[in-house]
Design a protein around this ligand. Structure first.
Ligand code: PLP
Length: 428
């Protein structure tokens, strides 16, 4: 293979390269593939590791947390053992924890929805009565976060990500606007870049001084124990940093076991100041008598504590790591020498964030689709689904078996090259 960077090639050479890639594309198409790398779903083998979850509660007498019968109504903010579990996981106090149902995203939605309908603890009025609500969206970011704030009609303001987390100079400037009510954050193994916010970034978040009294940092710690390479990386507890900085209510943290036990069948939580937990519990009590505490108990009995959870995640890592390795190998071999794209090489989380030649991501993914490989839509990681550079592509390698992943990466590499060549040759 000729591995001269595209930028150093003559037009004739590029045209020749285009012919080669087009032939590869047609060959891929002819295979009639039907592969999906669209979402970060765990593979069956990962789910199987948690099979003990299915039997851990076997008899009525197993269903008690002390004197509390998990099968009955009550304990809206969660079983005491489940609060203790999450306090251990997130380095906070059990009183700072609200344990929910099977989805942290749903808790995030509920917090935003309550802010909109009733207001948060420090809101002068519900957000629906504000003339304008703006929300900061570090991007690329998690598409479903943006869908939530978009669905309430908030104006979403993009904030570029840096290797240390969101651009904090810009965040500190933007929060001076009282219409700016919050920000989405995925602080460890951010979706999709896989970035771990630096200590300095976390400290700057804790010390933010927003103009809006009810400004809220939505701290989605979805990947808090999700290393697939290397040892567990400890991460600062934002809640105590906020308390030390005199703003205990600034951050509402979220987490779940969706990618520890069963995706969509896990246990979620909110961690926040005791006052925020009290306020939210009162609001949630209108919609709910109690969450599924049998599931909470099942999780605590199975996962036990942080140490045991990290041991399980190490076993998951054995399944996940080779898949990321396939992606990195393909990209390093097929794309890197050509010099038109770059990507992150995370050691945890669920994604590889790939940046192709400006203006060609949409086209590359349309070509992938034509060849039978479905990926997350181009632009999905940006507010309103618009990537101004049309460059970012999220690769989610966890679900397909390694053999399928290889086929999918073959198609992917061919399609990004083809789209880039079309652009360079003015064929698009
Ligand atoms: C950053 C982030 N937050 C939340 C979720 C969903 O979490 P849950 O299943 O707990 O709703 C995902 C799933 O991909 C995610 O990537």
């Amino acid at each position: 293979m000729d591995v001269t960077p595209y930028s150093c090639k003559t037009r004739e050479d590029l045209a020749q390269e285009y012919k080669v890639e087009l032939a590869r594309f047609e060959a891929c198409k002819a295979k009639g593939l039907k592969l999906n790398m669209a979402r970060g779903k765990p593979a069956t083998a990962q789910l199987d590791l948690a099979s003990e979850m299915l039997t851990v509660l076997a008899a009525p007498e197993d269903c008690y947390d002390g004197a509390i019968d998990a099968r009955n109504y009550g304990e809206l903010s969660g079983l005491p053992c489940a609060k203790a579990y999450w306090a251990d996981m997130l380095d906070c106090k059990p009183e700072q924890v609200f344990v929910g149902g099977c989805s942290s995203l749903s808790l995030m939605y509920d917090v935003i929805a309550r802010a909109y309908s009733h207001g948060l603890r420090h809101s002068p009025r519900p957000w629906c009565r504000e003339e304008k609500v703006k929300f900061l969206c570090p991007c690329p970011g998690y598409d479903r976060h943006f869908t939530i704030t978009g669905s309430f009609g908030f104006e979403m303001i993009p904030v570029p990500m840096t290797p240390a987390g969101p651009d904090m100079d810009l965040v500190e400037k933007l929060v001076k606007d009282p219409a700016v009510k919050g920000i989405w954050c995925v602080p460890k193994y951010s979706n999709p870049d896989g970035i771990i916010y630096s200590d300095e970034t976390v400290r700057r978040f804790a010390n933010l001084r927003p103009a809006a009294p009810d400004f809220t940092v939505m701290w989605d710690n979805a990947y808090c124990v999700h290393e697939f390479e290397g040892e567990y990386v400890p991460f600062p507890d934002i809640l105590s940093l906020c308390a030390q900085a005199g703003s205990p209510d600034l951050v509402i943290e979220f987490a779940s076991t969706s990618k520890i036990t069963f995706a969509g069948g896990g246990m979620s939580c909110i961690a926040a100041s005791e006052e925020n937990i009290g306020y939210l519990t009162k609001l949630f009590s209108v919609q709910m008598i109690s969450y599924d505490k049998v599931n909470q108990l099942r999780h605590v009995r199975y996962l036990k504590d942080r140490e045991n959870t990290i041991a399980l995640m190490k076993r998951q890592a054995e399944i996940v790591r080779p898949k990321f390795q396939v992606v990195f190998d393909y990209l390093e071999r097929e794309i890197d020498p050509l010099g038109f794209a770059h990507w992150n090489r995370p050691t945890g989380g669920y994604f590889v964030s790939f940046y192709t030649l400006t203006g060609t991501a949409k086209r590359a993914l349309a070509l992938c689709k034509e060849a039978g490989v479905t990926m997350t839509g181009a632009g999905a990681a940006y507010p309103y689904g618009i990537d101004p550079a049309d460059s970012n592509i999220r690769i989610a390698p966890s679900l397909p078996p390694v053999s399928e992943l290889r086929e999918a990466m073959e198609v992917f590499c061919t399609c990004v090259k083809l789209a880039a060549l079309e652009k360079m040759l003015d064929l698009s």
